[in-house]
Design a protein around this ligand. Structure first.
Ligand SMILES: O=C(O)CCC(=O)C(=O)O
Ligand SMILES: [Fe+2]
Length: 276
């Protein structure tokens, strides 16, 4: 009989010499070769080193092309301080401080993206960003990384997601033009990705890119994701300010509650459900 200890995924690497059958992915989903050429790298922007206009243009371009970018060298002292302690200990007071700082960063990024696509800068200040959630992931070493995935291919059901990756361990990959691109771990940088909700609101201009996490056989990996979600009653639809007779809405209107139900029922097939 399995002991309680052996049932924790995080302890498997000590006790399992093979991947449990329920974790083995169908052949078409298993990790294959990954592109790591610099022309296909996920864009990185130094938040401390450029003026506002440059940053706004850069993150708009990255969000249109990749749906992903990284922000490095964020100068707020309180964020680097809370990031430092956050890595040390995950207690409620620190989590509170960390999420406050991430909320500020998230709203700043949304403000800049709004500016870029032609939405009011205050578009994301009410119920559309009211319900954030913080999730920690732990990926233990895996006996056979070629058979399985840490997280299967998905788009986030969020407005945007801000992810703190492990400082050294690779794992996150983004799907672009039929290839998987690695998101290089950069110490103290955050990975930002456009969620499916912002793809809808921008009427398809910004990409809620597919991504997945691969495992490795030697080093555990931990990541912390901050998802910006709306309240369940919020209406999710292409913004009225972005559609007109030449640019018809390509997505239906639904509440976030309905969207979430569809998302969890339909999984990867949700796109068809969203189109108008
Ligand atoms: O662990 C990661 O790097 C990403 C996790 C992820 O994609 C998610 O939580 O939606
Ligand atoms: Fe994700």
């Amino acid at each position: 009989m399995e002991t309680l200890d052996n049932m924790f995924v995080s302890n498997w690497s000590n006790v399992r010499s093979s991947v449990p059958p329920s974790y083995i992915q169908p052949i078409e989903n298993r990790p294959g070769n990954v592109i790591s050429s610099s022309c296909k790298a996920i864009p990185v922007i130094d938040f401390g080193g450029h003026d506002r206009d440059y940053i706004a243009k850069y993150i708009l371009k990255a969000s249109e092309e990749f749906g992903f970018f990284q922000v490095s060298k964020i100068t707020t002292t309180s964020l680097s301080h809370s990031l430092y302690i956050f890595r040390m200990l995950l207690i409620s007071e620190v989590v509170g401080k960390y999420t406050q700082e991430l909320r500020k960063l998230g709203l700043k990024i949304l403000e800049l993206l709004c500016e870029g696509i032609g939405l009011d800068q205050e578009y994301f200040c009410g119920e559309l960003v009211e319900n954030p959630a913080l999730t920690a992931h732990h990926y233990p070493p895996c006996p056979n990384p070629s058979l399985t995935l840490g997280v299967v291919k998905h788009r986030d059901p969020s407005i945007i997601t801000i992810l703190l990756q492990d400082e050294k361990v690779h794992g996150l990959q983004v799907h672009k033009d039929g290839e998987w691109i690695e998101v290089e771990p950069i110490p103290n940088a955050f990975v930002v990705n456009i969620g499916l909700l912002l793809q809808i609101i921008s009427n398809g201009r910004l990409i809620g890119a597919e991504h997945r996490v691969v495992t490795n056989s030697s080093t555990p990996r931990t990541s912390v994701a901050y998802f910006i979600y709306p309240s369940p009653e919020s209406i999710i639809e292409p913004s009225k300010d972005l559609v007109n007779e030449n640019n018809a809405p390509i997505y239906k209107s639904m509440t976030f509650g309905e969207f979430r139900m569809n998302f969890f029922n339909k999984g990867a097939n949700i796109e068809a459900e969203l189109l108008s």
